[in-house]
Design a protein around this ligand. Structure first.
Ligand code: AMP
Ligand code: ZN
Length: 464
């Protein structure tokens, strides 16, 4: 199998540390808000990687952290803790926010058929491990204390910018964008391992440490959690491309200095989902979630299908129109697949031939669009339905699009004239640009357990 490795900038023949076994670490969500569909693009494509490795016969161990402390508004160690921001926004405690959005993340992931990792570890559950790793980094001379914080000393490394030299400029841009440089840092690229001092004294979660009462930096959690569950040698590390620098660069600095040897062989980075105005992000106000898609009548698996139509190493531009087209195509495809009859014998030779075609697409750095084309080719092929079903069932172990499950009947529950009158009233309010009234009608119906679904053909509703 050929896999692109962001670390070497090359497509490489995939190899593992132990024969037949793959250890994968994934940066999990920062649980201060819902995951947006951009975040979920990364997790869908990582899911394809995991499922395909399993399909190809590997025994996969996948570990994911949950960031519930230490991720500041700027990835370059400045600003307020994102979790605290979420807690203030919703007048809750940080742990309540973390619990709520962790559950919401997995509920969304389930709807997208993203497999749960073998291990999920909230950062707040591993403080002792972080402290231990920081202690070793200090002992080995890779870290220093200044102004109450502990910093990683990037000047101690032969090469810090492991993913590419351009990253040095990215950091400067980050600093230029209105964020003050930290005077305690010996080198511009140094980063915090443990905070006891921050401008935000109301940091909610703090722990005792040899360096004072405080909290961990964001990067140390992934190094320590990975080593805890995957050991000293990692096969693949995943994440969205924005994590490459500084987060993954810092993870490599910490892990390799701590371990004293190379840590991870393959780096798998998924490019962004962009809107017409740029990258979709949690901090920039409006973003789309799985629930919003559902309210618009879009099946979450149609979004998965939309993502599989493009390569994970290309930016994907999102538009309502493109998603609606994908939803229509997905519904048609699933309806055709699910209608296949279970007639007669499976043609084993054809099954093998089609399996080879599928593997050819995915062995080539996961060209998922060609894997989807293979499904259409199966439907067109001169073979009986039972064979088509068997091939599609096999493909769906990786695609996970529920292709053989009948598409759910759309519930046309539009018999209640009172609700229809409210829908008409809301449509009139919207037309008159009286959005406050339109929202009030939506809220009134929601309070009765009725969800409105806006589709291009008009508004329908469902109960519950
Ligand atoms: P976060 O919850 O912000 O820590 O991000 C979770 C994951 O989503 C990380 O792997 C990010 O790199 C990734 N991510 C963030 N924004 C996008 C986007 N617009 N498209 C794809 N992946 C993203
Ligand atoms: Zn991470």
């Amino acid at each position: 199998m050929i896999l692109y490795n962001s670390l070497t900038h090359k497509r490489e023949e995939f190899y593992t540390n132990e024969p037949g076994k793959v250890k994968i670490y994934t940066c999990g969500p920062t649980v201060y808000h819902f995951a947006h569909i951009g975040n979920l693009r990364s997790y869908i494509m990582e899911d394809i990687l995991v499922r395909y490795l399993e399909y190809a016969g590997y025994d996969v161990l996948r570990v994911m952290n949950i960031t519930d402390v230490g991720h500041l508004s700027s990835d370059a160690d400045t600003g307020e803790d994102k979790m605290l921001k979420g807690a203030k926004r919703e007048h809750k405690t940080v742990m309540e926010i973390a619990d709520y959005y962790t559950k919401a993340f997995f509920a969304d992931a389930d709807k997208l058929n993203i497999k749960r990792p073998d291990v999920t570890q909230p950062a707040t559950g591993c403080i002792a491990e972080f402290i231990e790793m920081i202690k070793v980094l200090l002992e080995k001379g890779y870290a220093y204390q200044a102004g109450g914080n502990v910093y990683f000393d990037t000047s101690k490394l032969d090469r810090y910018y492991v993913f590419g030299e351009h990253d040095a400029e990215d950091l400067e841009v980050g600093v230029r964008e209105g964020v003050e440089a930290d005077e305690n840092k010996k080198n511009k690229a140094d980063f915090v391992l443990w905070f006891t001092k921050s401008k935000f004294e109301d940091q909610e979660l703090k722990w005792e440490s040899p360096w004072g009462y405080g909290y961990p930096g964001w990067h140390i959690e992934c190094s320590a959690i990975s080593v805890k569950y995957c050991g000293e040698y990692l096969d693949i590390h995943c994440g969205g491309i924005d994590n490459q620098f500084p987060h993954h660069t810092n993870e490599i600095a910490q892990s390799e200095s701590y371990l004293g040897h190379k840590w991870c062989n393959f780096w798998f980075h998924v490019l962004h989902l962009n809107t017409a105005s740029g990258k979709m992000s949690k901090s920039s106000g409006k973003f789309l979630t799985v629930s919003v898609l559902e309210e618009q009548g879009i099946d979450p698996l149609a979004y998965r299908y939309f993502c599989l139509n493009s390569h994970y190493r290309k930016n994907l531009v999102f538009s309502d129109e493109a998603l609606e087209n994908a939803a229509t195509a997905y519904k048609k495809l699933r309806t055709r697949c699910a209608a296949l009859k279970e007639d007669g014998e499976v043609n084993e030779a054809a099954l093998e031939e089609f399996r080879a075609k599928f593997r050819e697409a995915l062995d080539n750095d996961l060209v998922t669009s060609l894997a989807l084309t293979a499904v259409y080719d199966v439907l067109k092929a001169e073979i009986n339905d039972a064979t088509k079903r068997a091939i599609i069932a096999d493909y769906d172990k990786v695609l996970a699009l529920d292709l053989l499950k009948p598409y759910p009947e759309e519930k046309k529950d539009d018999a209640d004239p009172e609700i229809l009158a409210k829908i008409a009233e809301r449509a009139a309010a919207k037309k008159a640009k009286d959005y406050a009234k339109a929202d009030a009608i939506r809220a009134e119906l929601a309070a009765q357990g009725i969800t409105l679904i806006d589709t291009p053909q008009g508004t329908t509703y469902k109960r519950g």
